[in-house]
Design a protein around this ligand. Structure first.
Ligand code: BES
Ligand code: ZN
Length: 459
């Protein structure tokens, strides 16, 4: 594809400018303050498709809108459904950003901005690759459908409902998602598994107001003390989650899978150094990659109670709260985990404390094929663009809709991450390598060609 690659090289600067325009939109889906910005990002994405001549629709949901577009029909050719998300995570703590999160800044070949890697830059690679085909060849070698959502970072209920209702419209031969990472610099990867999630919020209330801790301490149930005990009761010293039935449905790793994980060049010392931590801890009996990719976990993502200001204030708080995430693996069922969690928390909730548990979202883990013709096509495309064959990995993060693509549409999902695990997704100073952005576009353009010779169901 020399002509297409030439077009991509000639248009690098403009692609970056357009990418930065999208990065300037503060599309934080979890925070209602940014509602209009999220809508603006949806219109921006739709505008990209309109410019390619793909009729685009902005589809309202109960939450933020979906953007849907289709390329002009190429009869007889396979169809790929591209999924991505234009929403981003919140940006707090703002003071830890070197440059403002919605003012893209280039340093050392990386663009720094919220959403640079997760997922605006990665998603855009599949739009720019289509542009190159149209500009150079006048048409694409396959049919493309695009489904870009605006609430992946806060649970993705709208897209889940849409996929369920519109299976016919979304019919395809494979799904393509770039919303994950390479295994390391110059080590591209095809991701073959994602974890699921249950995200819940626990609120504990005790006395009807904050009390003097001397006058009342020792006589009254303290929600902060109760919270600490309850959260601690959810995990034992060996790193085993203490929710009843938690491990019942977990699919155990096979010896072959363990060997495959172990064969990957994972450098624990570099991993530790990268995050500035002093030790790696987790469930006993498993390696770090096994714990990250194939074992379920429990983490407190936030907790609050009592006096948070300067100096000392002797107060017995009236309430305490925590946000909890459980990462799940195939075949754990989020509904069963939530039920077990409620039982466990009720069992360990001390007298004098009222407990409320709200579930924000849940989704199942998924494994995808490592050896279908579509995966092989993707491997060829990745190798050509990145100059190295991909390794086969899994990721610990979640993209809840992927399991629905796999089950409801009955097709392979190609998880082709162009990011890096140190891109600071969800953290301050999120970045994306511009070299990876351009290689991702090349790989995507090559993928359309490679998929053209794959079997089609005639959708
Ligand atoms: N891009 C991530 C998913 C991901 C994370 C893939 C890490 C590979 C490695 C995605 O945007 C994300 O962060 N998803 C959320 C989903 C949740 C809010 C339902 C996640 O994993 O926390
Ligand atoms: Zn993402």
């Amino acid at each position: 594809m020399p002509n297409i690659n030439e077009y991509l090289d000639q248009n690098k600067g403009r692609f970056e400018e357009e990418f930065f325009d999208l990065l300037r939109i503060a599309s934080i889906s979890a925070d209602p303050t940014y509602h209009d910005d999220v809508a603006r990002a949806a219109r921006w994405v739709a505008g990209q498709f309109e410019r390619l001549g793909f009729p685009a629709e902005i589809i309202p949901t109960g939450g933020h809108p979906l953007v849907y577009a289709e390329s002009p029909r190429v009869p007889g050719a396979p169809t790929a459904l591209v999924y991505g998300h234009y929403d981003v995570q919140p940006v707090v703590p703002l003071e830890l950003w070197t440059t403002p999160p919605f003012e893209p800044a280039v340093r050392d070949g990386n663009v720094f901005a919220r959403g640079a890697s997760d997922d605006k830059g990665q998603m855009l690679t599949h739009v720019k690759s289509a542009e190159a085909w149209l500009a150079v060849e006048g048409q694409l070698p396959i049919n493309l459908k695009y489904l870009i959502e605006g609430e992946e970072e806060c649970g993705g209920q709208g897209v889940a409902d849409f996929v369920e209702k519109h299976r016919d419209r979304l019919a395809c031969d494979c799904v393509v998602v770039s919303d994950s990472s390479q295994f390391g610099p110059d080590r591209p990867a095809i991701t073959c598994g994602l974890r699921g999630i249950v995200y819940a919020e626990l609120l504990l209330t005790g006395p009807n107001r904050d009390l003097h801790s001397g006058s009342f301490g020792g006589a009254v149930a303290n929600p902060a003390n109760a919270l600490a005990r309850m959260l601690a009761a959810l995990i034992d010293d060996r790193g085993r989650v203490q929710v009843p039935g938690f491990y019942d449905d977990v699919v155990a790793l096979t010896d072959k899978q363990r060997e495959q994980f172990a064969s990957l060049p994972f450098d624990e010392a570099a991993y530790l150094a990268g995050i500035g931590a002093s030790a790696l801890v987790g469930e006993e009996g498993f390696t770090t990659l096994e714990r990250l990719w194939a074992r379920p976990t429990y983490d407190v993502c936030g907790m609050w109670s009592g006096y948070q200001g300067e100096g000392a204030k002797t107060v017995l708080p009236s309430a305490a709260g925590a946000k909890l995430s459980f990462r799940l693996v195939p075949n754990q069922d989020p509904a069963k985990i939530i039920e077990g969690l409620r039982c466990k928390l009720a069992e360990v909730c001390p007298p004098g404390i009222r407990m409320d548990l709200t579930v924000h979202h849940g989704g199942r883990g998924v494994l995808v094929s490592e050896d279908s013709p579509y995966t092989q096509a993707a491997a060829r495309a990745v190798e050509q663009a990145f100059g190295a064959p991909p390794v086969y990995t899994r990721e610990g993060g979640s993209i809840p809709v992927v399991v629905l693509f796999s089950e409801l549409l009955g097709v392979d999902v190609l998880l082709l991450g162009w990011g890096q695990s140190d891109d600071n997704a969800h953290s301050p100073n999120e970045k994306f390598s511009l070299a990876d952005f351009h290689r991702g576009i090349k790989a995507s353009a090559q993928l359309w060609e490679e998929l053209a010779s794959c079997p089609t169901k005639g959708s």
